[in-house]
Design a protein around this ligand. Structure first.
Ligand code: AMP
Length: 281
């Protein structure tokens, strides 16, 4: 397994791989890897000749009062997990390499970035789109793999790729969960034991809405109300939003096969997100 820190070196390795006819699969991450990330590595290995994982805690996607400074890191553990999972190349740039002195170019994806997490985290998706665009230019993947866990992010990336004619196929992998349903997340490590127990309510609430949908309820307002009801049973949870949207981030009034129920909530001081497609979720 190759570990590359320099942007120019990564670009050169990718150029050579593509020149040699190899297809490149790419899994961008912020590290502190778990089974969610590794499931995307598995998809990439099945669908590309060479798998590149990037590990970069991207400063431009964090707001001034967010957790950039304390975001969990474990370089050694991550490299071991990558190696054990058969990753071919780990790209591990530093902030100065990605955003050198004088850096001033950003990618702003419009409407689909504006609601939900975009509303509560101003500038977040601008940072995400910018770093993913940069990583695509450096790594030059044929296919890039993203998790359903970050649903709005998948919509933003797909929109950016389409709007800017990027020559990358975006593949979305399913959300990996703990046995009790909690969506795996690097941020789960912040949760105190009581908060960790409370956090299972997020998936329970989404599942309750899905259950209602399965029994015939189509009114999105009532499905969202069901989610809020289940969340309200747990005092440690403070919901930020509960929304029903389609795959293009349009608000659903009537739920259908493409409706996704998405939730963000504080559990203690930790902000968690989760979502469930009402069909095939
Ligand atoms: P992150 O390191 O949190 O930026 O995530 C890197 C990639 O892994 C993103 O495409 C995420 O959507 C994806 N990911 C994170 N958690 C999960 C999960 N529980 N299941 C599937 N994919 C995930």
């Amino acid at each position: 397994m190759l570990v590359i820190e320099k942007v120019e070196k990564m670009a050169a390795v990718s150029r050579k791989l593509r020149g040699g006819g190899k297809t490149i699969g790419f899994v961008p991450t912020m590290g502190y890897l778990h089974e969610g990330h590794l499931s995307l590595v598995g998809l990439s290995k099945a669908q590309a000749d060479v798998t590149v994982v990037s590990i970069f805690v991207n400063p431009t996607q964090f707001g001034p009062n967010e957790d950039l400074g304390r975001y969990p890191r474990d370089a050694e553990g991550d490299l071991k997990k990558c190696k054990d999972s058969g990753v071919d190349v780990v790209f591990f740039p530093d902030a100065a390499g990605m955003y050198p002195e004088g850096y001033c170019t950003y990618v702003d994806v419009g409407r689909v970035s504006e609601g939900l997490c975009g509303a509560s985290r101003p500038g977040h998706f601008r940072g995400v789109a910018t770093v993913v665009a940069k990583l695509f230019n450096i790594v030059k993947p044929d296919r890039a793999f993203f998790g359903q866990k970050d649903f709005q992010q998948t919509v933003v990336i797909r929109r950016m790729v389409r709007d800017l004619n990027m020559d990358v196929e975006v593949v979305i992998g399913p959300t990996m969960r703990e046995p009790d349903g909690l969506a795996m997340s690097s941020r789960n490590v912040y949760l105190a034991p009581a908060e960790r127990a409370a956090a299972t309510r997020l998936y329970a609430a989404l599942s309750a809405a899905k259950g209602l949908y399965s029994s015939g309820e189509r009114d999105a307002g009532r499905l969202k109300a069901r989610v809020q009801e289940v969340l309200a049973e747990e005092p440690l949870i403070r919901p930020e939003y509960v929304e029903a949207v389609d795959n293009d981030m349009r608000t659903a009034e009537t739920a259908g096969g493409d409706t996704v129920i998405a939730v963000a909530a504080r559990v203690g001081s930790t902000r968690l997100i989760d979502n469930l497609p009402l069909l095939n979720g």
